[in-house]
Design a protein around this ligand. Sequence first.
Ligand SMILES: Cc1ncc(COP(=O)(O)O)c(C=O)c1O
Length: 351
Amino acid sequence: MYSFRNDYSEGAHEKLLQALARASVEQNAGYGYDRHSLAAAEMICHAAARPDADVHFLSGGTQTNMTAISAFLRPYEAAIAAETGHINVRETGAIEATGHKVIAVPGKDGKLAPPQIQAVLNSHLNEHMVKPKLVYVSNSTELGTIYSKAEMEALSKYCRKRDLILYLDGARLGAALTAPENDLTLEDLGRLTDAFFIGGTKNGALFGEALVICKHALKQDFRYLVKQNGAMLAKGMAVGVQFEELFRDRLYYDLAAHANQMAELLKDAITAEGFGFLAPSATNQVFPILPNSLIKKLSRDYGFEPWFKVDENTSAIRLVTSWATPEKEVKNFIEDFKNCLKQVDGQGKKI
Ligand SMILES: Cc1ncc(COP(=O)(O)O)c(C=O)c1O
């Protein structure tokens, strides 16, 4: 049984483990003031061309979203997200638990654009309603799609004009930035967003996310809030060491590019058999729409998430590849996919 269920089934890349082993016999300062966290923060600031940014290392995606969004908003302010956005559907109401409403709007292929945000502003007019203040996007999105530079520039321009905070969840930022059609860079994100995070957990780290706060007004007292939320690690060096390794020689990008290439093989083979997808994913999560009979057969030998029931006979599943997915396993899947298809052909509807 091989699993395409997610990109956190494996542990950490060996270079990170070796670096952790080396750092473990050193003595390091606590709570993120160690030499590795400081060096990693400097590398990230350099890569984002924001020497003035504050970088905070946290341990997980939900924790980062919750700590950052609740820090950036006043008590009555709300976040706007696409209906499919992670903070809206997959974080157990963590943002709402901090007192901030998440206003969900229909997105296109998991993405937000200014007209959908404007519709929210049009319907939130006074103090009898929450005040929409932060725009949440993720790159890649929940559907594996990515934002283009033009789309991100449009969002940034729109948000700045209306004094909205633009926050980008980069749990899978590596996959987004190394997608073949991507034209965004970390520098662009440093210029266009108010804050964003770079995900390590889903791209070769044991755990860890690097939050980059670009806008000066959002930086104040952030460490107090990290600590108060129980998010400040005494052995913070464990995240810093991993990011230092990820950004030293572009390992971060190489690992993500591998995950994308493996997903591309899956996508091409499934497309060649005539099937469609829930959204035009460019990254390491793909959502083919398949006959239920085929899904049942595949599930005997492969792990994956059932995602969405399309109609009585067909459903979308989610296949995820990772930095560690061997090409051999992808090729086995493709061969088995074709064999299973022969057995169900005629019963299943092709899209
Ligand atoms: C876009 C995005 N944001 C945040 C998270 C939350 O990360 P964690 O599970 O580490 O809390 C995930 C996890 O799947 C995610 O895909």
